[in-house]
Write a protein that binds this ligand. Structure first.
Ligand code: LLP
Length: 464
């Protein structure tokens, strides 16, 4: 535990400013945290997560809000969201496990099956037996068959491919991508069939991630199509409980970009949906956690290269992948420099042996010296979550603070932990020829896969 001094409000009902920029963080506190817990370090402000939840609840008072866990699945964050009264959307058995562990009941969990591995379905069905209110969203008729093979007849939601996409980068534009959902025009026929076999509770679609004010017309078009589809399904298959129009609400990453006006988004969403006999549901991830987190990293090398000064820091693409993967922009500041330090344009690079391991080029920051702390803003969503151990680099630590107390939410991984999965024993070895003949002759049907292969221990339960 560590005590920090912040100027942020502690009023739980305050929904705060629409965006917290990097400049609004208390830099002395951040430097203290870096000194106490070392770097690279993710810092999460629990109160800011609460404010973001409060703003969504205020803008969408009649809707069901499901937080997309994939943005940040840490227990400490999930508990704040649970207490705010927001439900969860999970994209894997691992995320459902995290939700159950954080105390979400089955009726607050929606599992979205995206080409689900058998191992995930086996685990989900085991949990469903104990939590029959859990909802499973399917994006393929094939997945429905696999669920039926496992005895599922519960709450089913159909993921629609609306053929409308939006988002901050082509890699996160989902709505028209063939990988996701069942083509719009085939859904009502399947809904009519599945309504007789399952408890058909809803339909769902997601346009993409990082929708800005400019993309709102794509979002509206998606919602319009979902409204029409809900009305058709209500006529041919009966009422639905909800129509889920996905997440994707963007946050501004650049200091001068305006924030989304969430009330306008809510109003335009309701208008586009029209009158439906179903509750509107949304699934924001980034909006809830992005600006509640910063990444702190320390300068370890400064060198003059041919056309730039390269500032080497101890976080890399393995700590925060977004710049390397999506060319994503994050605000960056040298928070240990004195206010009178001149700025200079630099390249900020990590320690990974890859040329894409660069956070920014030509970025103006206060002239750094070795040991300075660099803060990278708006890192609470898809930051720690996408961290890896490439180059045999342990994952960073994460602290969360509430009021003026900070505690470790995820401890730093150690180098000794990197090889714990490796085995040198011959205990599980097979003859290659027996594997080959097995695969040609008697492949076990998926539904009879050994349950021990799920590798999960449900919260409070036995390994299955
Ligand atoms: N619902 C579904 C079905 C989704 O696939 C996603 C995100 C969300 C909700 C939440 O979207 P959000 O509100 O967070 O935009 N790694 C990327 C983002 C990938 C998002 C994938 N799906 C990034 O760092 O920008």
């Amino acid at each position: 535990m560590s005590t920090i001094d912040t100027e942020q409000t502690t009023d739980n009902t305050d929904s705060g400013a629409p965006i917290r920029r990097l400049a609004a963080w208390d830099t002395d506190s951040l430097c203290n945290l870096a000194a106490e817990f070392e770097t690279p370090l993710y810092v999460i402000d629990a109160q800011r997560v609460r404010e973001n939840c409060a703003r969504l609840l205020d803008a969408f008072p009649a809707a069901t809000i499901r937080y997309a866990i994939k943005a940040h699945s840490g227990q400490a964050v999930l508990k704040v969201i649970r207490d705010a009264g927001i439900d969860v959307e999970c994209a894997s058995a691992g995320e459902v496990k995290a939700a159950l562990a954080a105390g979400f009941n089955g009726n607050r969990i929606q599992y979205t099956a995206v080409n689900p591995p058998a191992r995930d379905l086996d685990a989900i069905i085991n949990w469903w037996q104990e939590n029959k209110q859990l909802t499973i969203t399917v994006g393929a008729a094939d997945t429905v068959e696999r669920l039926q093979e496992r005895g599922f007849d519960g709450r089913l939601c159909i993921r629609v491919n609306p053929n409308v996409g939006a988002g901050h980068h082509e890699k996160v534009t989902t709505g028209a991508n063939a990988k996701f959902g069942i083509p719009y025009e085939r859904v009502s026929e399947l809904a009519t069939q599945w309504a007789t076999e399952f408890d058909l509770v809803g339909i769902h679609a997601h346009a993409g991630s990082g929708i800005s004010g400019e993309d709102l017309s794509s979002h509206e078009e998606l919602v319009r199509r979902m409204g029409t589809l809900t009305r058709t399904i209500t006529e041919c298959a009966g009422s639905l409980e909800f129509v889920d129009v996905g997440g994707g609400f963007g946050v501004p990453y650049r200091a001068n970009d305006p924030p989304l006006d969430i009330h306008t988004v809510a109003e335009r969403t309701r208008d586009a949906l029209g009158t439906v006999d179903a509750t509107l549901a949304i699934e924001p991830g980034r909006y809830v956690v992005a600006d509640a987190g910063v990444l702190l990293t320390r300068v370890n090398t400064i060198k003059s290269a041919r056309e730039t000064t390269v500032v080497g820091v101890d976080a890399g693409m393995t700590t925060l992948l977004r710049p390397a993967m999506y060319d994503a922009y994050h605000e960056i500041e040298n928070i240990s420099a004195s206010p009178t330090t001149d700025s200079m344009p630099v390249t900020i690079a990590g320690p990974i042996c890859e040329s894409s391991d660069i956070f920014a080029e030509g970025r103006s920051i206060s002239a750094p010296t070795r040991g300075d702390i660099i803060a990278i803003g708006t890192a609470g969503a898809y930051g720690y979550e996408m961290a890896s151990t490439y180059n045999a680099r342990p994952r960073p630590a994460e602290v969360i603070y509430d009021d003026s107390t900070a505690k470790v939410a995820r401890r730093r991984e150690t180098r000794d932990e990197l090889d714990v999965l490796e085995t040198s024993s011959d205990e599980h070895s097979v003859s290659l020829s027996s594997v080959v003949s097995h695969s040609h002759s008697s492949v076990a049907p998926e539904s009879t896969m050994s349950s021990s292969s799920t590798g999960d221990t449900p919260p409070g339960g036995e390994s299955q």
